[in-house]
Design a protein. Structure first.
Length: 258
């Protein structure tokens, strides 16, 4: 996927789009103001297990880690998606792995939002890269799974400069996974801030729902929508696809090292 020739145009579009999106609070790692609507805390968000046995333990660790939060729990349940398509299901997160190809990314997290409320989400991890010697390690698998699920909770990255020292959190987007294996206290504090208020309704499913219509499995920039943020390596950090009537699909991308 070629991005460099279009980077200037994308950055111009991204700057214009950021004026229309909820702004992150300074020094925070919230993903805009996006969050799951709920009427009480702590709430339980279901993670649909569509992953193979090679990923089950990492999904389990990720669920346990994020459930340390004071405002939410995650519960791994049977998935309801075709693995490669990883179709979204209202009220929960579907988690999938497949050989998505040599497209440059290790993992992708997507949220569907109505206004500022997340209505459904997906996580995809790319076995094309995790089958290679560089990434087929417990540290890389755990980092990427933890970070992508963290995005579906409403979190962004704590840091995106690949030359900075590790922050000791899986929400640190860097090139060394060794000590960035789990959330840290800043992540839990940020979640407490994001979910400090209550809503009058909920977008969280109490039981797993039937799978919605499949979303096309396409890693192209056009399918993700407009570029909103660029990482330290000059690659697209996250994208927005406008569905109209206040409905968006937002995509966070974890790129492989160059």
């Amino acid at each position: 996927m070629s991005r460099a020739p279009r980077r200037s145009l994308l950055l111009t579009a991204a700057l214009a789009l950021t004026l229309l999106l909820p702004a992150s609070v300074s020094a925070s790692n919230s993903w805009g103001s996006y969050h799951w609507a709920r009427t009480s805390n702590p709430f339980t968000l279901k993670l649909g297990d569509n992953v193979t046995s090679a990923w089950d333990s990492y999904l389990g660790t990720t669920s346990t880690d994020w459930s340390v939060s004071s405002v939410l729990n995650t519960d791994v349940v049977a998935g309801s998606s075709v693995k490669r398509l990883c179709s979204a299901t209202t009220g929960m997160v579907q988690v999938c792995n497949s050989k998505y190809g040599n497209n440059g990314w290790l993992g992708v997290a997507q949220i569907w939002a109505s206004g500022s409320h997340i209505t459904k989400a997906t996580v995809k991890v790319n076995d094309t890269y995790f089958a290679t010697g560089s990434y087929n390690t417990p540290a890389w698998r755990n980092l990427v799974m933890c970070q992508e699920v963290g995005h579906t909770l409403g979190l962004g990255h704590q840091d995106e400069n690949f030359t900075n020292a590790n922050l000791g959190t899986c929400m640190d987007y860097g090139s060394d996974p060794s000590t960035n294996q789990h959330p840290n206290q800043h992540d839990y504090d940020q979640l407490a801030s994001i979910y400090a208020h209550l809503d009058s309704t909920t977008t969280v499913a109490s039981v797993p729902a039937a799978s919605a219509a499949a979303v096309a499995d396409d890693a192209a920039d056009a399918a993700w929508g407009r570029l909103v943020e660029v990482t330290n390596q000059g690659q697209g950090g996250w994208y927005v696809r406008d569905l109209g009537a206040g409905n968006l699909i937002l995509t966070h991308v974890f790129w492989a090292n160059r």
